[in-house]
Ligand binder design. Structure first.
Ligand SMILES: [Fe+2]
Length: 301
């Protein structure tokens, strides 16, 4: 697959200072606010989120990794598909290829390796007849989450099938699971999904998701955010598609930031049984009911 990873996403927001407070409470660290964007990183990553000031919240752009020859392959595929390369906006990093996806989302492909993080020690659990945490309390001793890396983003699109065709046929993503005509989950790495799209009347940004170190950390992170006064959105629960445990917090503009742990891992050369799901069973195995407004595009047209 020519594209090998999701590097970062950038949002335009009406109040970057409020955004800073939200994402710092969420556990990201500010790295740079010298230019016209504020940049944040996870504990193991670098610059996965950029906030630009703008009249309303919307996606500014996403950046994808295409190392070595993959970069040339993306350039050739865009040309073959008749998708023109465009100049980057003045405000954006002036690197790589820039173009619009079929919905007008701005995409930046860079000749870079995907980001990787150091392996952490296996977690100790006490299972039936199989205790690995011996003579030690299991309750968490930390208060909040420390996102390790960016995992995925989900956009709204008026045409999930067309968006899926573009990301798979032109950028080389693989389909991991679909709810035909409604949802499509695609990967460009070993994560079950790096980009997902959901049906709406128009494009929009729904959420970005960050990996944390344990189920406890998903729960503790959600509780910390509630205590800081942010609105819990959905969780704690376990997704059906992707299998990850999740907790979603509403950001100040009606989209979401998600903590995740234990997402399905699919080696690049593995055969994966991509399924077509009934919407009734697609979203979660357990957890609170899905909030009625959770998959509503709150961005204006
Ligand atoms: Fe997610």
């Amino acid at each position: 697959m020519p594209v090998k990873g999701l590097l970062h996403y950038a949002l335009e927001v009406p109040d970057p200072v409020l955004g800073e407070t939200f994402y710092k409470d969420f556990g990201l660290k500010e790295t740079d606010n010298r230019g016209n964007s504020v940049q944040f990183k996870t504990s193991q990553g670098s610059g996965e989120l950029l906030l630009y000031e703008g009249p309303k919240k919307r996606l500014h752009h996403i950046a994808l990794a295409a190392p070595g020859d993959d970069f040339t392959a993306v350039r050739d595929a865009l040309k073959a598909a008749g998708i023109p390369e465009i100049d980057p906006p003045n405000s954006a990093p002036q690197v790589g290829i820039w173009f619009n996806d079929p919905d007008g989302n701005l995409i930046n492909v860079r000749q870079e390796e995907r980001k990787t993080i150091a392996a952490e020690p296996l977690l100790d659990y006490n299972g039936p007849g199989n205790a690995t945490r011996i003579n030690r309390r299991g309750m968490p001793t930390f208060e909040r989450a420390e996102p390790r890396r960016l995992g995925h983003v989900l956009f709204f699109t008026p045409d999930p099938d067309a968006a899926t065709r573009f990301y798979t046929e032109t950028l080389g993503f693989k389909i991991s699971d679909r709810v035909p005509g409604i949802l499509s989950f695609m990967r460009c790495s070993t994560d079950h999904h790096n980009i997902a799209v959901a049906k709406s009347t128009h494009r929009g940004f729904h959420h970005a998701s960050y990996e944390v170190g344990s189920f406890d950390e998903v729960g503790m992170g959600g509780m910390w955010m509630r205590e800081q006064g942010w609105e819990p959105a959905w969780g704690l629960g376990r997704h059906a598609i992707g299998s990850n445990v999740f907790y979603y917090i509403k950001d100040p503009w009606g989209s979401y930031a998600e903590y995740f742990h234990d997402i399905d891992y699919i080696p690049e050369d593995a055969t994966w049984d991509a399924r077509e799901w009934d919407p009734k069973y697609a979203l979660y195995c357990w957890g609170p009911d899905v909030p009625s407004d959770f998959i509503i595009n709150k961005e204006e047209v």
